[in-house]
Design a protein around this ligand. Structure first.
Ligand code: ADP
Length: 176
């Protein structure tokens, strides 16, 4: 599948800063921020609402169908706390954001997460669940781990991804 622009996944445990990074990157680069949460809600790619976890139960087949048209031409930054469902052929870069558990605790508490969800997410971050999922699902050379504890780190991350995009464009420029 030839694309004139790459597709990037920004993933990580809820609260690491995916949406904040995607918004900044989209503004800086003109790539399109795809909030999977929003698509699940808007296009009803779910099998109902989980009361305990206060989240949608995602129907992955419906979700992939809803995303395919959008993603096939490239230029998307996919924002989601999972990455193993997207076909390898769609994706050019996987950014896994990491954060210290004390910082994550504060961010998720501020979001008023239910206790069970809060604890599971902190455990998932400590156990590197998303990082492992990314490594298991994609070639290791497209998986990048970045920390997101502070706004300085976020600025550095956005600069780095923008530089990667510049290089990708050069490497994939149509030959004249
Ligand atoms: P996610 O999309 O991964 O759930 P968000 O982007 O919504 O995370 O960020 C969760 C909260 O943490 C927000 O209040 C955001 O402003 C803050 N935040 C995210 N990344 C950083 C960072 N690198 N430095 C400081 N605060 C951050």
């Amino acid at each position: 599948m030839a694309r004139s622009l790459p597709n990037i996944i920004i993933t990580g445990t809820p609260g690491v800063g995916k949406t904040t990074h995607c918004e900044a990157l989209a503004e800086r680069t003109g790539l399109k921020h795809i909030s999977v949460n929003q698509i699940v809600k808007d296009k009803e790619c779910h099998e109902g609402w989980d009361e305990e976890y206060q989240s949608w139960i995602v129907d992955e087949d419906k979700l992939l169908d809803a995303l395919e048209e959008e993603v096939k031409d490239g230029g998307c930054i996919i924002d989601w706390h999972a990455c193993d469902l997207f076909p390898k052929s769609w994706i050019d870069l996987v950014v896994v954001l990491r954060v210290d558990s004390a910082t994550l605790y504060d961010r998720l508490t501020a979001r008023k997460y239910p206790e069970v969800k809060l604890q599971e997410n902190i455990d998932a971050e400590i156990m590197e669940v998303l990082l492992q999922e990314a490594k298991d699902s994609y070639d290791e050379d497209i998986v990048v781990v970045l920390t997101s504890n502070s706004s300085e780190e976020m600025d550095e991350n956005v600069d780095r991804i923008e530089a990667w995009l510049g290089q990708w464009k050069k490497d994939n420029a149509p030959s004249s």
